[in-house]
Design a protein around this ligand. Structure first.
Ligand code: PHE
Length: 346
């Protein structure tokens, strides 16, 4: 290698350092030129082949090259550090902006809150009860005979002989009446549990809203019907109506099933209401005198004397209302927390 070769290499290497794009590229150059097997040490090792008379000058040139390389690398590295620190220079105005992603209330919560607001206008307050209930509150006081199939372990999730996960919000009726004198006017939203296999319309854990109105002045089935008619129109649209069909529940007498007129076709008949014009919504009825007697025995008085108190109760599924109101075909969508679904209802 001649002095002229050396000079060419020096110019080339300094140019490469100047052009290094980032710290990694710079490190590659350090290895290439100054590393243990790099060019500079190799040239120093090969100096024995340089003619004797050229050797001192050649040696000085190599040392100068190495010093220049090291200095250039330090300078280039400093430039990178400076760039990283400078926010103004790092800002890339071509990047898309960051959009806030506000959450939305879950449909189940919306139905509960809207329902509470509608019944508040009629003087109902919201009452609460625990998910774990006693046999007495969930079944016995609700006039459910011991042999009733709903008490079976295949339908109800029992925790022990006496405690269970409540199968309905109706036990809150008992809790309210045993603790409060009439009149009682409550709605009570909450979770309920049944030993159901999950499919498009069933879930082992769902929500109900119960209503109870008991007073010492006459309360009739007509009051129940007008109250639910008001709820139907407030919730599903002004034109919505209700109809009662005879039914049976152990804790109401008479008992009815409540249909809302179909909000999609207005009662003419369509696929949503299976051509009937009506959609089944709730169970309801006048509180059975035997329920008052169970309440009295739990209270130890006769505050709920069946001869002088009158009342009605109703109960419906929250998910069912949400599915009908928002056109949701599968109950499971309500529990999957998929924001692609939930954000459509925002
Ligand atoms: N608890 C009943 C059910 O879960 C509904 C109901 C409530 C019926 C109140 C009558 C009165 O099916």
């Amino acid at each position: 290698m001649t002095l002229a070769d050396l000079e060419r290499r020096q110019v080339l290497s300094l140019g490469e350092v100047e052009a290094a794009a980032d710290a990694a590229a710079l490190e590659q150059l350090r290895i290439k030129y100054l590393g243990r097997h790099g060019e500079v040490p190799a040239i120093i090792k090969g100096m024995k082949d340089v003619p004797q008379n050229e050797r001192p000058e050649f040696g000085k040139s190599v040392q100068a090259w190495r010093a220049a390389l090291e200095a250039a690398m330090v300078a280039r590295a400093g430039a990178f550090a400076g760039e990283a620190k400078s926010d103004a220079e790092a800002f890339d105005c071509t990047l898309p902006g960051r959009w806030p992603q506000p959450g939305a209330k879950h449909p189940v919560s919306r139905v509960i809150e809207e329902t509470a607001a509608i019944f508040a206008r009629l003087g109902f307050i919201v009452a609460d009860g625990p998910d774990i209930e006693t046999r007495f509150n969930n079944f016995t006081a609700l006039n459910t005979p011991a042999h009733h199939p709903s008490m079976d372990a295949s339908d109800t999730l029992w925790l022990n002989d006496d405690l269970l996960l409540r199968t309905q919000t109706s036990p809150v009726q008992i809790r309210m009446m045993t603790r409060h004198m009439p009149p009682v006017r409550i709605i009570t939203p909450g979770r309920t549990y049944r030993r159901d296999t999950t499919d498009a319309t069933h879930s082992a854990n769902f929500h109900q809203i119960e209503g109870l109105y008991v007073d010492t002045r006459p309360v009739s089935l007509a009051d129940l019907k007008s109250t639910l008619a008001y709820y139907a129109s407030a919730m599903m649209g002004a034109k919505a109506g209700v109809r009662f069909r005879p039914h049976f529940f152990p804790f109401t007498e008479p008992s009815v099933e409540v249909d809302f007129s179909c909000h999609v076709c207005g009662g003419k008949g369509c696929r949503v209401c299976k051509m009937s014009g009506w959609i089944e919504i709730a169970g309801a009825g006048m509180v059975d005198p035997r329920v008052y007697e169970h309440v009295n025995s739990a209270r130890g008085d006769r505050a709920y004397d069946p001869d002088s108190v009158y009342g009605y109760a109703f109960g419906f599924g929250v998910e069912r209302i949400a599915m009908i109101k928002y056109g949701i075909p599968d109950i499971r969508w309500l529990y999957e927390n998929d924001t692609r679904f939930l954000s459509q209802l925002a």
